[in-house]
Design a protein around this ligand. Structure first.
Ligand SMILES: O=C(CO)[C@@H](O)[C@H](O)COP(=O)(O)O
Length: 227
């Protein structure tokens, strides 16, 4: 019994933006734990997605607005710049990319000072050694399993060695995987030690969304309970 909480966080990048409010409401009715909000600035990654007006409207306009957990994945060039805004607009967790900051330790302090959980993301080429000096200050590490920037890419199983090493070093840390996750790939990730699963395409294209979310959660529970 490892005590890790299974967390399923659908990425709303794959939602229907015309019906975003109802899509997000449905995700929570279907028992997701968090929604994963991919903020892309067209600079850190070669794509522009959604920004603060959308975050703000989701937080203020949704029914039961306060109970939703917003996991904000900041694929931006200057992550320090947006901490206060994300906090003000209702973000619960702020994930910055290690590759985008010179001072990750102070950034973690800044995020915590704004009342959010702090997480650090690693692109596929970034080794975990770079996060070890401050990992004990983090609430979560995100191991990217695709190059950040787009949904619908293929899962990179070779990233699992990073998850495995992190899990050995930090048995209680939340470890998130993001990119190409679905019922076919979740077992490999959960077996390596990931307990927080981001899934965009597989959840939004599912015939039965509730069942897909449950399948993802069951896989995490099954594998992490053996750790
Ligand atoms: O951060 C990203 C992409 O940069 C992800 O959150 C993707 O949006 C996940 O989408 P799928 O790979 O599950 O379709």
């Amino acid at each position: 019994m490892c005590g890790l909480k299974p967390i399923i966080a659908p990425s709303i990048l794959s939602a229907n933006f015309i019906n975003l409010g109802s899509d997000v409401t449905l995700l929570f009715l279907n028992q997701c734990d968090w929604i994963h909000i991919d903020v892309m600035d067209g600079n850190f990654v070669p794509n522009i997605s959604i920004g603060f007006p959308v975050l703000h409207q989701l937080r203020t306009l949704l029914v039961d607005k306060s109970k939703y957990f917003f996991d904000c994945h900041m694929m931006v060039a200057n992550p320090e710049q947006w901490v206060a805004t994300v906090a003000e607009y209702g973000g619960n967790q702020y994930t910055f990319h290690l590759e985008s900051t010179k001072d990750p330790k102070n950034l973690v302090k800044l995020i915590h000072a704004h009342g959010m959980r702090a997480a650090c993301a690693l692109k596929p080429q970034t080794e975990i050694e770079q996060v070890l000096s401050f990992a004990d200050q983090l609430d979560m590490v995100l191991v990217m399993t695709v190059e950040p920037g787009f949904g619908g890419q293929s899962f990179m199983p070779e990233m699992m060695s990073k998850v495995r090493k992190l899990r050995q070093l930090y048995p209680k840390l939340d470890i998130q995987v993001d990119g190409g996750l679905g019922p076919e790939t979740v077992n490999v990730a959960a077996e390596a030690g990931a307990n927080v699963i981001v899934a965009g395409t597989s959840v939004f294209k599912a015939k039965d969304q509730a069942k897909t979310i449950q399948t993802l959660r069951d896989a995490v529970v099954r594998h992490t309970s053996k750790l």
